[in-house]
Design a protein. Sequence first.
Length: 188
Amino acid sequence: MTEHANTEQVQTDQPSLLIVDDDIVFCEVLSEALTKRGYTVSTAHNVDDGIVQAKKEPPEFAVVDLRMPGKSGLEMVSELKRLDEHTRIVVLTGYASIATAVEAIKLGAIHYLAKPADADGIVEAFYREQGDKEMPIRTKPLSVGQVEWEHIHKVLTECEGNISETARRLNMHRRTLQRKLAKYPIKN
């Protein structure tokens, strides 16, 4: 009985963390990794569900995907800050842009990370108080191949991994798309 009470006490001392991302598998993997790092994690797969959970108990930390079906992650950031100005929010996105990064920070996010981001990088971002003046600045624009690769994966993600639908949207033959995807597989 005493052991059970101690377990409950430890769990209540863990910081609460809310993950809001429409990628269910990513949520599960990240949730497990962050639980192992000492957080009490809850997940939601869209902004509306995330808001419902946050209203029940505003989290101390949040990881919010920028782009989801329905409302954007920027709305989630705004609502989290309205509910508790001390919530530390990291925004994740596979569609990084300067404009959305600036808006996320203006709305109250403390950091903005491009996917794929790992649990250690997210935890580090929660506690980063200042910018990194040593951050390397890209001197060259992305190559045409890199831009194409990013665009293909953006559309593939929107199509939930459906190759045929992705090829249709890109106006590309399915086999051509498969060759491009096989040529440069995503590195884990």
